[in-house]
Design a binder for this molecule. Structure first.
Ligand code: ATP
Length: 273
């Protein structure tokens, strides 16, 4: 059915307390939460609420999580789609999907639309396009631009999009009235990692020797997604060892395993590095 072409329209339970660190980013999106809670309060003096903001940062740093938390904090529906789903799409399908999404979102406004990996749709139109090769992607991008221009700022639909390659985006997407705000979501430093560990250690039965701070020190360069992964792996490793609690050794082994996975992935993506 049409409804299955994108995800959402439901309310979400994620809130800012599920998002560890990212204090500056949270401050910036707090304004969007206020717009969504009470759109007319902001337009009464003639101001225009921004339609969209771009969340810029490396994979796994919590962009999707933050977008969900904005919807959760404002208690509004969350719609999402991923740019990568539009690659290799039949003619007309991508554009139709975007139109449907906006139609449903407008009907449920105020709400959030989240577009993950927007670079897959929104790559600069002049960049290496093979004639006839990327037609549907271009159609999809055009329909996104048309939809964004087609609703008023008082409609209560706010679009958050995520990318780690803002430099590749078509400049049309970045014009005023579209994604004219950028919020950067960086990889966490040691304090950020400690906070993220604290979030993900909470549901785990821990030995007394486990300390978030020590784990953060052992995981330089890790993003939130990898930290979540470490915590889960550690719990599974400890269970396999028939332990009653998850200890520091289980975490150290889990960290090694996650690093091993990352190295394999990097080899496949960039063989000459
Ligand atoms: P991608 O660009 O690869 O889609 P992303 O930036 O959207 O990644 P998320 O999908 O939000 O990353 O993160 C994946 C998971 O990692 C989250 O569901 C969460 O469990 C964990 N995570 C990431 N960042 C944080 C954070 N700041 N606080 C708590 N958990 C986090």
């Amino acid at each position: 059915s049409r409804a299955a072409l994108f995800e959402g329209g439901d309310k979400v339970k994620v809130t800012f307390k599920d998002v560890a660190g990212l204090e500056e980013a949270k401050e910036e999106v707090e304004e969007i939460v206020e717009f969504l809670r009470n759109p007319s309060k902001f337009t009464v003096l003639g101001g225009k609420i921004p339609k969209g903001a771009l969340l810029v940062g490396p994979p796994g740093t919590g962009k999707t999580l933050l977008a969900k938390a904005v919807a959760g904090e404002a208690d509004v529906p969350f719609f999402s789609l991923s740019g990568s789903d539009f690659v290799e799409m039949f003619v007309g399908v991508g554009a139709a999907r975007v139109r449907d999404l906006f139609k449903q979102a407008k009907a449920k406004a105020p709400c959030i639309i989240f577009i993950d990996e927007i670079d897959a749709i929104g790559r600069s139109r002049s960049r290496g396009n093979v004639p006839g090769g990327n037609d549907e992607r271009e159609n999809t991008l055009n329909s996104l631009l048309v939809e964004m221009d087609g609703f008023g700022t008082d409609s209560g639909v706010i679009i958050l999009a995520a990318t780690n390659r803002p430099d590749t985006l078509d400049s049309a997407l970045l014009r005023p009235g579209r994604f004219d705000r950028q919020i950067s979501i960086d990889k966490p430093d040691i304090n950020g990692r400690t906070q993220i560990f604290n979030v993900h250690l909470k549901p785990i039965t821990l030995n007394d020797d486990v300390e978030a701070k020590k784990l953060a020190a052992q995981t330089p360069g890790f993003a939130g997604a990898e930290i979540a992964n470490v915590c889960n792996e550690a719990a599974l490793i400890a269970a396999r060892r028939d332990k009653k609690k998850v200890g520091m050794q289980d975490f150290t082994d889990a960290i090694d395993r996650v690093i091993g996975g990352l190295e394999k992935k990097n080899k496949i993506i960039s063989p000459d590095e």
